[in-house]
Design a protein around this ligand. Structure first.
Ligand code: KIV
Length: 272
């Protein structure tokens, strides 16, 4: 008798159905081993975020990432995610130029890299694009509030929704992405009361990151974090809202140091 257990994939309708019933745990992964660890730990949704520009490639913004880079990383993550839903981030300028290009690039993630959905940044201005991608049969996760691809237009990485007019814009953006057919929406660095208001207004799940207590967990239907921040693997300071559940950078360096010490301690020429 086979002991092999078939693991069923989490689906887009299942993510939607969790609203109001069960919190949604999301994390980023950029490679096969991290996807395996997240999957084994029971994460519902893995995002291959364009934050890999910062985390993996050492860039200061997400702007330099290309479709080819995102496709290669998404392929590796898809192989590792036996259960979690895999969502791939559309990189800067892969969806802003025309709806046709947006559909083509979104479709490449499903055809060439095994993703099950895509994410893109923007609200009202992206309503038609999201609707067009959804009509092509591609599930879309939206992303509003602090949208890092617009860092220069926003004037930096800061909390969004502090003034009444900013609040109105965020609420309008939230309604627009829901109308367009997005299956969920990331609220990044949105002031906590507003995040809660958006969560209560929408019928689709909101996924918080830096959007209130517990990084948005308390004011949204779920939470997403950059896994390297969560695990204390990041060089320098992680964003203030992250509460790491591990500190693995120092022990990792110590383990490598032990190897360096052992290697350098071996007599030159050996004993043979
Ligand atoms: O690129 C990314 O990792 C993201 C999440 C932080 C939401 O967009």
């Amino acid at each position: 008798m086979s002991t092999h257990v078939e693991l069923k994939k989490v689906t887009v309708p299942q993510i939607r159905a969790k609203k109001g019933k069960e919190k949604i745990a999301c994390l980023t992964a950029y490679d096969y081993p991290m996807a395996r660890w997240c999957d084994e730990a029971g994460v519902d949704l893995i995002l291959v975020g364009d934050s890999l520009a910062n985390v993996i490639y050492g860039e200061t913004t997400t702007l330099p990432v290309t479709m080819e880079i995102m496709l290669a990383h998404t392929r590796a993550v898809s192989r590792g995610a036996k259960r979690a839903l895999v969502v791939a981030d559309l990189p800067f300028l892969s969806y802003q130029i025309s709806k046709e290009e947006a559909i083509r690039n979104a479709g490449r993630f499903l055809k060439e890299s095994g993703a099950e959905a895509i994410k893109l940044e923007g609200g009202l201005e992206m309503e038609e694009t999201i609707a067009a991608i959804v009509r092509a049969g591609i599930p879309v996760m939206a992303h509003i509030g602090l949208t890092p691809q617009s860092v220069h237009a926003l004037g930096g990485f800061k909390i969004q929704g502090k003034t009444p007019s900013e609040r109105d814009v965020i609420l309008e953006n939230a309604r627009a992405v829901e109308r367009a057919g997005a299956f969920s929406v990331v609220l990044e660095c949105v002031e906590s009361a507003l995040s809660l208001e958006v969560t209560r207004t929408l019928s689709i799940p909101t996924i918080g990151i830096g959007a209130g207590p517990n990084s948005g967990q308390d004011s949204a239907d779920g939470q997403i974090l950059v896994t390297h921040d969560l695990l204390g693997l990041t060089e320098g300071k992680a964003p203030k809202f992250v509460e790491p559940t591990g500190q693995f950078r120092a022990p990792l360096i110590e383990a490598i140091q032990a190897y360096v010490t052992r290697t350098k301690g071996t007599p030159i020429g050996g004993s043979w």
